[in-house]
Design a protein around this ligand. Structure first.
Ligand code: ATP
Ligand code: MG
Length: 584
């Protein structure tokens, strides 16, 4: 299959603001790290972290962050921590933390013994907060959440000081201690940093750093009834772990002054926060909240539904970790938002699987074909190469007999122009087998539906080649009816019909664009007998059809279920061809 991306092509945009990937994509974070190493910042150390909140399963956007954090650390001989940002006891669960670990490992990254939790730092974070209070840089505020919002001002108006802003250090210390010991109700008081209510940056207008939440935390139980906010916990956790480069997505750019403020006021180790544009992918959604909605409302079968952009969904669909890493490398790292065409992800997968997926034959919509001049009861074992891209993968035997199945689509009773497949009187090649000629068509008397074809074969064409040099244009895949295995095949299409489903009109919902045909189940497929013991999750190419994998949840040796990972048709290669034309 020819679907290589020419190296060094200029980045271009297609319609829908969808950008193409590059072979040597820009990565400005690499440039920053190299400069820091040259200047011996942090003694040349590179230490990153991947900080998921365990409130959902990871998606392909997280994969970009994982590849970036773990990848850069590995590239510069550094370390990358896995840190669970578990500061919100309400939405977080251990199930999510477990799935996150599985996904990061599967992607091929190793955090060794550096599995950390922000909740491990609760005591230290509390001490930092006490220090701010003692230095007059934080105060207990009794305004209600609504009042705090109202006092905050807007982008064009400054905020108003809280009436509690000038409490004495002693009073603040006493109140904060009592808040911690559970004396006050949720929402009645918070601890706020004392910065500047007139700051043009709203994040700097005395942000909340601790709130009361009388909830059981999945790791610390009921030990705490106050929890730090993300802004307070995140930078200080980075500092505690002596992270050098704290890489996050663009929406945190406006939080950086606050990130820096806490570190400077507390005079602790100061990591550098660097923001990059998050990954957006066409025809899918990427927010955990929306993905959770799809799961909870039953639009998909679960977080690992093969149509989901989650790592577990992609894994079950048959994606390889290598293809996802390749994709993340090709899309590059930039500072401006864009949407990547999902066809690029599929293209990366095809390139990988083309090299290593064994070729087999499977007939998705079977049509019975009888070879009239083939002896009844005879079975021949034919040789088939497992992968023309890799002779090392060897060959296998496939049985041939008088009754076969071919694809319904490969026959036309009245063929259109340029039809090279089977039709009455036409001769075609059966892959690895013989030339056959169609001599008769049997139809259902009532429905007129074609139920069986009769053919003759040429015994001199064994292996699919004719000594007399006569050529045939069509080559079909097939299975021997008696030897084939029944299977279910699940065909997937985009989850949404709109390239940017999150881009919806007022009052409309992203779910209005769910693709009603995103899953098609074919239950009477036939596959070659070598797949009898195919392991769950194992991948193959069904010749002429695409790449498939054995479903890891629903398949069993007696009831095989295959997922179509991706068809062979490569829309990405087409987009690119069109672009090469435009460039010329
Ligand atoms: P979501 O918006 O989907 O809920 P999140 O940012 O809340 O995601 P986190 O668990 O906090 O999810 O994310 C962990 C890390 O992954 C963060 O550093 C975050 O910036 C990064 N990340 C999340 N989504 C993307 C994305 N689409 N592209 C790149 N990085 C992402
Ligand atoms: Mg987040």
């Amino acid at each position: 299959m020819k679907d290589k991306v020419p190296a060094g092509k200029k980045e271009k945009e297609t319609k829908n603001k969808v950008t193409t990937g590059l072979k040597t994509p820009p990565n400005f974070i690499r440039d920053i790290i190299e400069k820091d190493i040259r200047e011996n910042k942090n003694q040349g150390r590179v230490h990153t972290r991947f900080p998921p909140e365990p409130n959902g399963y990871l998606h392909i956007g997280h994969a970009k962050s994982i590849c970036l954090n773990f990848g850069l650390a590995a590239e510069y001989g550094g370390l990358c921590n896995l840190r669970f940002d578990d500061t919100n006891p309400i939405k977080e669960e251990m199930e999510y933390a477990e799935s996150i670990k599985e996904d990061v490992s599967w992607l091929g990254f190793d955090w060794a013994d550096r599995e950390y939790y922000a909740s491990d730092y609760f005591e230290q974070l509390y001490q930092y907060a006490v220090q701010l209070v003692k230095e007059g840089k934080a105060y207990v505020c009794d305004l209600s959440p609504e009042e705090i919002r109202a006092y905050r001002g807007t982008l064009i108006e400054p905020g108003k000081n809280s009436p509690y802003r000038d409490r004495s250090v002693e009073e603040n210390l006493d109140l904060f201690e009592r808040i911690k010991s559970g004396e006050f109700e949720e929402g009645s008081r918070v601890l706020r940093a004392k910065i500047d209510m007139a700051s043009p940056n709203l994040n700097m207008r005395d942000p909340v750093i601790y709130r009361i939440l009388k909830a059981t935390h999945h790791r610390t139980g009921d030990k705490w009834c106050i929890y730090p906010t993300y802004d307070f916990a995140h930078g200080l956790s980075d500092s505690i772990e002596r992270i050098t480069h704290s890489i996050c997505t663009l929406e945190f750019e406006g939080h950086r002054p606050l990130y820096d403020w806490f570190l400077d006021q507390l005079n602790v180790f100061h990591p550098q926060q660097i923001e990059f544009a998050r990954l957006n992918l066409s025809y899918t959604v990427m927010s955990k909240r929306k993905l959770l909605e799809l799961v909870e409302e039953g639009h998909v079968t679960g977080w690992d539904d093969p149509r989901m952009p989650t790592i577990s969904g992609l894994r079950r669909r048959g994606f390889t970790p290598e293809s996802i890493r390749d994709f993340c490398e090709r899309i590059g790292v930039a500072k401006s938002e864009s949407t990547i065409d999902i066809a690029l992800l599929e293209h990366c997968l095809r390139e990988d699987l083309n090299q290593r997926a064994p070729r087999v034959m499977g007939v998705l919509r079977p049509l019975r074909l009888v070879i009239d001049n083939y002896p009844e009861g005879k079975v021949e074992e034919l040789d088939a190469v497992n992968n023309p891209e890799d002779p090392g993968m060897g060959t296998r035997k496939i049985p041939f007999s008088r009754v076969l199945y071919i694809e319904q689509d490969d026959f036309r009773e009245t063929p259109p122009k340029k039809w090279f497949r089977l039709a009455p009187g036409r001769e075609v090649r059966l892959i690895h087998a013989f030339y056959i000629t169609c001599v008769d068509v049997v139809k259902d008397e009532k429905t007129g539906e074609i139920v069986e074809l009769h053919c003759t074969y040429d015994p001199e064409t064994r292996g699919g080649w004719s000594k007399d040099g006569r050529k045939v244009k069509g080559t079909l895949h097939w299975v021997s009816a008696a030897h084939s295995l029944k299977a279910e095949v699940r065909l997937y299409d985009h989850l949404f019909t709109k390239a940017e489903p999150e881009d919806v009109e007022e009052g409309s919902d992203f779910k209005a664009y769910l693709n009603p045909s995103s899953l098609e189940r074919l239950t009477s497929c036939r596959v070659e007998p070598s797949l009898k013991n195919a392991k769950p999750g194992s991948r193959c190419q069904f010749l002429r059809q695409g790449y498939f994998c054995v479903d890891s949840v629903d398949s069993s040796p007696n009831a095989l279920v295959f997922n179509r990972t991706v068809p062979l048709r490569d829309t990405w290669a087409r987009i690119e061809k069109a672009q090469i034309k435009i460039e010329k």
